[in-house]
Design a protein around this ligand. Structure first.
Ligand code: NAP
Length: 295
């Protein structure tokens, strides 16, 4: 396995892609390449083949995904192409080149019927198309048995793109009150915290690569520390940003969406914290950092 020198990050304009991009100047030991869908279209296997015929990397960090959870219910084919078939192809390329793949997956592989934080080998049972295409992507990597790390994360937000925090700030500026679901429980993930951890993992792989001694594919969970409902998350956003908007808790049944979401998807992060000595911030502390950047 090569020492890591060249790193490809897909999905450069996404939340995680942009968060990584903002950090890489502190990692001059790596030569980073960031791609958009124009340069590397993950919905098109020919585009993937063409790109990797001309470009080789020691590490691929796959931040690109079809992430429109509700739209995926109607666009199963394209969601599957990006979240499953493209991931299979990336895994095969990783295997062929004896390189490393870090792939991001989701808490939506679980059905949400648990009562305690999900560990990596808890039974999976996705409840929507997005979750099932992401699970197929994970399974394709496992089958290929390339050197890979899969990190499942949840409720990602950042100063970039569209996310719950930015939606709440926009709605809160226009309205006096809002109804927000209180019976879906999980933990937010500030994309910058996940990006920082991915770069810590990259350094660690470069130093000892111990992750691949026993299992080719290592599976981890990552989110911020703590637990909340979307209602609590909205309350904290308004409190921390001094937005005068009252939040009322409602049940999921009163806010129907095309895609069913897990009611409980809190991720247990003990494994990734222990393996990489990570200190993960509490979700309200990271929210503060993000809001400061947005203001
Ligand atoms: N967002 C969440 O709440 C959440 C929760 C759990 C897990 N995750 C996972 O975390 C990872 C990062 O998510 P994120 O929030 O950063 O996602 P995001 O902001 O929606 O970004 C996704 C990126 O994928 C790119 N992309 C979409 N279709 C593509 C294609 N055909 N070819 C190449 N690139 C394509 C997008 O490009 P454009 O900019 O051109 O559209 C965008 O840059 C994903 O694997 C996601 O499944 C996210």
């Amino acid at each position: 396995m090569p020492n890591i020198k060249t790193v490809l990050v897909t999905g450069q304009n996404g939340q995680l892609g942009q968060s990584l991009k903002s950090l890489v100047s502190s990692y001059p030991q790596y030569q980073f390449t960031f791609t958009t869908r124009d340069e590397l279209d993950l919905a098109c296997s020919q585009s993937i083949n063409n790109y990797f015929e001309q470009n080789k990397f020691d590490l691929i960090i796959n931040c690109a995904a079809y992430t429109a959870v509700d739209k995926a219910e109607e666009q199963q084919e394209i969601a599957d192409a990006i979240n499953h078939l493209a991931v299979k192809q990336l895994a095969e390329i990783t295997q062929k080149n004896n390189s490393i793949l870090i792939h991001i997956s989701t808490d939506y592989v679980f059905d949400g019927t648990s009562f305690k934080p999900y560990i990596e080998n808890d039974p999976i049972n996705p409840q929507n198309i997005y979750g099932s295409t992401k699970l197929k992507g994970e399974q394709a990597i496992q089958k290929t048995a390339c050197n890979a790390i899969i990190i499942r994360t949840s409720w990602v937000y950042s100063e970039y793109g569209n996310n719950f925090v930015k939606t709440m700030l926009r709605l809160g500026a226009d309205r006096d009150q809002l109804n927000v679901i209180f019976d879906q429980i999980g933990s937010p993930t500030y994309a910058a915290d996940l990006a920082t951890s991915i770069l810590t993992i990259t350094d660690s792989l470069n130093n000892n690569q111990s992750d691949f001694q026993h299992d080719k594919v290592a599976l981890y969970h990552f989110s911020n520390e703590g637990v909340c409902s979307w209602y609590d998350f909205a309350k904290a956003i308004f409190e921390q940003s001094n937005t005068q908007c009252e939040v009322f808790p409602i049940e999921t049944k009163d806010y129907p969406t095309p895609a069913k979401r897990p009611q409980y998807s809190l991720l247990n992060k003990a494994k990734i914290k222990q393996q990489y000595q990570l200190i993960i911030p509490y979700w309200k502390d990271s929210l503060k950092v993000c809001l400061n950047k947005l203001q």
